[in-house]
Design a protein around this ligand. Sequence first.
Ligand code: G3H
Ligand code: 13P
Ligand code: ZN
Length: 332
Amino acid sequence: MTSYKELGLVNTRDLFKKAVSGGYALPAYNFNNMEQMQAIIQACVETKSPVILQVSAGAREYANQNLLKNMARGAVEYAHELGYDIPIVLHLDHGASFEICKDCVETGFSSVMIDGSHLPYDENVALTKKVCEFAHSQKDYVTVEGELGVLAGVEDDVSAEHSHYTQPSEVIDFVGKTKVDSLAISIGTSHGRAKFKPEQCTRNADGILIPPPLRFDILEEVEKQIPGFPIVLHGSSSVPIEYVHMIEKYGGKLTDSVGIPEEQLRRAAKSAVCKINIDSDGRLAMTALIRKVFIEKPDEFDPRKYLGPARDELKKLYAHKNQNVLGSAGQA
Ligand code: G3H
Ligand code: 13P
Ligand code: ZN
């Protein structure tokens, strides 16, 4: 049993309070390996942004939970060495069961998500409440994110055929009964690089798919029901067309890619949305740069020579998000 405080980590409670009143959102970036971690920390130190490091089920399987936890401990020291101590949260992304959440809490995570969004309402309430009771009763309070409403899209274990928007009429009851610290809602975002079907979009003069707008009316209604309560947006990659084009230029194929436009995320971040989850954009940036090296330097076989440029691009991307999309730059 390790407490996150021993690792130098913090939970989300005070960070969310500040973010809601300050009109910005914290970045929640997924990581699975050292290069992603380095890029996240470099960008967040440079922009003086607090950060949430997210570990998915896929990451736990790929990289080992203990290694990831120790990388988060290393991240605290790395930030210090880079010259600025930023608040760092280690968060379980899409926890699928009470047991997984408990395991992560006991490993030293400072925050967990219990994703009961696919369950009938009462079962979601019961499961989320159970996780909260456990996480909140630790010597050092671990924060819990719940979810109401189902995101569309398909990505690994996180999949839902159709989106069911969050029903604002349920949020007071859910938050009151479960005692969650933050709530993920469904207002039109979804996981992965193809967030909408082409028939849901229009095309601009260059043939680029333009998605339908997020349901800000639902967000506003949720905020009316639970004023100032921390709201989370999953599936918030913007799928930059430059990366899609670069990947295709260097031999990849990513048809019908479409993400959430940055202006809409900026607008959301100014509201009670205080955590914005981004994974796919990082995957695109890394893949684009690695493909470039492979095509332009076919004799290269030192992993540092293609992971290095990918890491540099990732850092640029994250710094841009903090500064221009989330508004978290300068808040650490
Ligand atoms: O929400 C899903 C994240 O993008 C993580 O996906 O399970 O493939 O790591 P993953
Ligand atoms: P994206 O696939 O849009 O990056 O969303 C990531 C996410 O929601 C992780 O929980
Ligand atoms: Zn998610």
